[in-house]
Ligand binder design. Structure first.
Ligand SMILES: [Zn+2]
Length: 250
């Protein structure tokens, strides 16, 4: 059965129990890593996933709390003996900068398996990956730099999960999350590139989703459970915090 696993749930400042926000989507054929701050190689193993089965990496945008661990992951899986091909997807902005970053690491001296980079076009609800068990769509969202949000459709169960990535409220988030069973929405705090929990609730209401999970929230000493009460002012459905290693089994 395909599942989506939360590998990290915090904003750009992680703590012991909350790694920077990133996810994994896994079925029989594919293991898709979505972003990777920190050390995704270790994180995948902690989640019980086999990094040897990694087939795809999707990067939502080029901020260090989302992609700083990707070069480290590529090195680690290469040195672990990987020979299989890997696909990496991101928008033009992120992909260009990641290639430069890998260049600074002189990755031509250590990378050992074939990698294909795929540019994600800035189109709404574009199909990115399709398997027998799920379909991933992307849409541009509203952050400080070009960023994509995602929608996961699970074929057999018909269930849908939407993920805001880092974004201020935008109509694209509403279409991305339309009638979803689960909306995983950030609540880093209201700003031109982020949302508050209240705004996450507004998007959840407008998109008519069945449940809301708050992610990319300030962790540490912050009373992050208060964000549930805040979101409840604008969304009447069930609201939970997306904690690290939470699994959605669809
Ligand atoms: Zn960001």
């Amino acid at each position: 059965m395909p599942k989506l696993i939360v590998l990290g749930s915090s904003t750009n400042i992680p703590d012991i129990n909350h790694e920077n926000t990133h996810l994994a989507l896994v079925d029989k054929e594919r293991l898709v890593l979505i972003d990777g701050g920190g050390n995704p190689f270790v994180r995948l193993r902690e989640a019980g996933l086999d990094e040897k089965k990694l087939t795809d990496i999707v990067m939502t945008h080029f901020h260090p709390d989302h992609v700083s661990g990707i070069p480290l992951l590529l090195m680690a899986i290469g040195l672990s003996g990987r020979e299989e091909h890997l696909d990496i997807y991101a928008n033009e902005h992120c992909l260009g900068l990641m290639k430069q970053l890998l260049g600074f690491y002189e990755w031509h001296t250590w990378h050992s398996f074939p990698v294909t980079f795929h540019t994600v076009e800035e189109e709404e609800l574009r199909v990115l990956i399709e398997t027998k068990e799920f379909k991933i769509y992307t849409s541009p969202v509203k952050h400080f730099i070009p960023t994509i949000g995602m929608r996961f459709e699970f074929i057999k169960s018909g269930k849908v999960i939407a993920f805001s990535s880092d974004s201020a409220p935008t109509p694209n988030l509403i279409s991305l999350a339309k009638d979803a069973d689960v909306l995983i929405h950030e609540a880093a705090g209201a700003s031109p590139g982020h949302s508050s929990a209240l705004q996450a609730g507004e998007i959840a209401s407008e998109a008519n989703v069945k449940s809301l999970y708050i992610i990319h929230y300030p962790a540490g000493d912050f009373d992050y459970h208060s964000l549930i009460n805040e979101a409840a002012q604008s969304y009447k459905g069930p609201i939970k915090m997306a904690e690290d290693f939470l699994e959605f089994d669809f």
